[in-house]
Design a protein around this ligand. Structure first.
Ligand SMILES: Nc1ncnc2c1ncn2[C@@H]1O[C@H](COP(=O)(O)OP(=O)(O)O)[C@@H](O)[C@H]1O
Ligand SMILES: [Mg+2]
Length: 275
């Protein structure tokens, strides 16, 4: 049984890329054309997954929306404002944890607030709340090297949530973790998203992960990256990643997207060594 997502989508996108082109200069070769004529609208409050072959420009797209790299052509909008320079309204979680080894869990979570000049008492109070909600109570005075991979990831998530970003970018955030730790974190992220007003753009090369989490899956073509397909995910919420992948609708959608993803992978030579 399926029902539409419980989240309502207004028509004005929170983020929009219009005909975007991004290339990277190279010293002794032609520039690498990462993304070309890419148009995509991210709806406010949605959970959007970007999927595509390795090197197709997924991270580049996030970096451009975050204002970390310029576009060669086209335009990116946050609401009605063009993105120029670092976009302070987004929070970014990548595969790396980037925790400061000399700071405790409490101070790591409070770091973004410290950089924004929030007084110590206030930032610590907020950090303690987030540490509790991420299931890390009791570890406030520990240092990153004393934590497991999953716990470090929780600290990183708490640190980003502390600055209350309107949009959360996640770039293959749970890649190196074991499958059980990963599924627990995926459920926690869905819960955070379901109970907040946030918009999430989640990059992954894992199709099962994309469908489990997202309202819509966007397939990016092989380089130069363009939108190859957009697939709404009609699975009801709340979801649990461990159960949802056995749903008939899930399996059917996975087959459809996989056929298109496979075609892109074949074009990029990902199966070149297969007989
Ligand atoms: N800073 C950079 N300098 C040069 N080339 C880059 C840089 N960042 C990405 N690229 C190239 O752009 C393409 C897209 O990269 P990326 O966005 O990281 O892909 P994905 O995240 O989908 O794996 C790749 O060919 C990559 O080598
Ligand atoms: Mg990437």
């Amino acid at each position: 049984m399926t029902t539409p997502s419980s989240h309502e989508h207004p028509t004005v996108p929170i983020l929009e890329l219009k005909d975007v082109k991004i290339s990277f200069p190279s010293v002794d070769a032609p520039p690498v054309l990462a993304v070309e004529q890419l148009s995509l609208a991210v709806r406010e409050h949605e959970f959007l997954a970007l999927i595509g072959p390795s090197g197709c420009g997924k991270s580049t797209i996030l970096n451009a929306m975050a204002g970390l790299i310029p576009v060669d052509a086209g335009e990116i909008f946050f609401g009605s404002q063009p993105v120029r320079g670092v976009n302070e309204r987004v929070g970014y979680i990548s595969q790396a944890d980037n925790l400061l080894p000399w700071k405790t869990v409490l101070d790591n979570v409070a770091l973004g607030l410290e950089l924004r000049g929030v007084p110590k008492k206030l930032r610590h109070a907020k950090a303690r709340d987030l540490i509790r909600s991420m299931g890390l109570s009791g570890f406030e005075t520990n240092y990153p090297h004393e934590l497991s991979g999953g716990m470090k990831k929780r600290v990183t998530i708490a640190r980003v949530l502390a600055i209350e970003p309107e949009v959360l970018f996640m770039d293959e955030p749970f890649g190196p973790l074991d499958v059980f730790t990963k599924e627990k974190l995926q459920d926690d992220i869905m819960h955070i998203w379901e109970t907040s007003n946030q918009t999430i753009v989640y990059v992954t090369h894992d199709l099962t992960e994309a469908i489990s989490l997202a309202d819509r899956v966007v397939l990016i073509s092989g380089r130069p990256g363009q939108v190859r397909g957009i697939y709404p995910v009609p699975l009801k919420r709340p979801r649990r990643v461990m159960d949802v992948k056995f749903d008939d609708t899930f399996v059917c959608l996975e087959k459809t997207i996989w056929a298109d993803l496979r075609a892109e992978l074949e074009q990029t030579g990902a199966f070149a060594d297969e007989n």
